[in-house]
Ligand binder design. Structure first.
Ligand code: AKB
Length: 337
């Protein structure tokens, strides 16, 4: 039996991850979220803890469990973090540090390395100008790491922190020489789910546009038509987390991996939405701060190392994401409403 902790369980990735993990009979899932688990999620988990991931009392409660794997999804996203940088630091950085320390103590107690899966983001990139962004194209893990947002800074620091903690405590500490912490991170592009709508992110324009059209609502997109960043269908995001978690440690040549699927402009997304929903009303009202954030993120990612090390390959390119996942599922969701 694998005891798995999912933080931020009520969030977008949390929803889909819980649905997938709960189908595996050898899993005992513990869910943590600030709010009570949403409709249909509570019955998927063995135990649900309500609280703040950065609260030491919550961590102490979780620590009583012999956890094998942690999917640490709890975070304030980019737009929310710009509005409240101190809270972002508390949750995104202090929350992560507290959990890494907890994982180390659990690993030392049980004698088994705790796997720590960390969703990082394309927000770690900081392109200096739109011209530089377009010229750079698909960036590797080690280029352009000068984030301009609190969220990007928090995430790039926690990538380093997780690596440091794994190297320092994961390989060396325990007296028998056992590994106690195994940190692995994915840099997610904007994720698009057919069943949930994100809040507080800056890649939100894509899912908002699609969900608005499916409900027959007009949508004013907060970035320019030419704004381009990578995106991914949610099932591929969950698949990537599970595949990276399952990869043999000896195959991994780095702790942090880019993953990509498709990289459309806002205008290309709008064209797809209009072909599925011909009456969709989409206009553009760029918001200066949110536009600047998107302009600072890369246009695409180079994910060749993930492909080589652990066989990453998305199931959904843009056509398949729209035709076989987003449009049919979203249409069903709103026809029931
Ligand atoms: C955000 O927009 O903040 C997130 C992300 C790209 O990490 N969706």
């Amino acid at each position: 039996m694998i005891t798995t902790l999912v933080t931020g369980a009520n969030g977008e990735i949390g929803h889909s991850l819980l649905e997938t993990l709960s189908k595996q009979s050898d899993r005992r899932i513990i869910a943590l979220d600030l709010s009570p688990l949403g409709h249909g999620l509570a019955e998927l988990v063995h135990r649900s803890v309500q609280g703040d991931v950065s609260d030491p009392a919550v961590v102490a409660e979780l620590e009583t469990e012999d956890i094998d794997e942690i999917y640490h999804l709890a975070a304030l996203l980019s737009t929310s973090s710009e509005k409240n940088p101190a809270l972002a630091h508390q949750v995104n950085v202090n929350g992560t540090m507290g959990l890494l320390m907890m994982a180390r103590r659990i690993g030392t107690r049980t004698g088994r390395a705790v796997k720590f899966l960390f969703p990082s983001t394309i927000a770690v990139y900081g392109m200096k100008s739109v011209e530089a962004k377009n010229a750079a194209g698909a960036v590797t893990e080690f280029e352009h790491l000068q984030p301009t947002t609190m969220y990007g800074i928090n995430k790039v620091y926690c990538e380093q922190l997780g690596g440091y903690m794994s190297d320092r405590f994961g390989q060396l500490t325990d007296e028998a020489g056992a590994k106690v912490l195994d940190f692995r991170a994915l840099r997610f592009p904007g994720l698009i789910s057919a069943t949930t709508v994100p809040t507080g992110g800056t890649s939100d324009y894509a899912p908002e546009m699609i969900h608005a059209a499916a409900q027959g609502k007009a949508y004013a997109c907060f970035v320019r038509p030419d704004a381009r960043i990578p995106f991914m269908a949610m099932p591929d995001g969950v698949k990537a987390l599970l595949d990276l978690a399952a990869a043999p440690m000896e195959n991994l040549t780095q702790r942090v991996y880019n993953i990509g699927a498709f990289a459309p402009s806002a205008e290309e997304i709008a064209a797809k939405v209009k072909s599925a929903f011909p009456n969709a009303e989409i206009s553009y009202a760029p918001h200066p701060k949110r536009q600047a954030i998107v302009d600072s993120w890369c246009a695409d990612v180079n994910d060749s190392v993930a492909r080589r090390d652990w066989g990453w390959s998305p199931d959904y390119d843009m056509d398949r994401a729209f035709n076989e996942y987003l449009i049919p599922t979203i249409s069903k969701v709103y026809s029931k409403a």
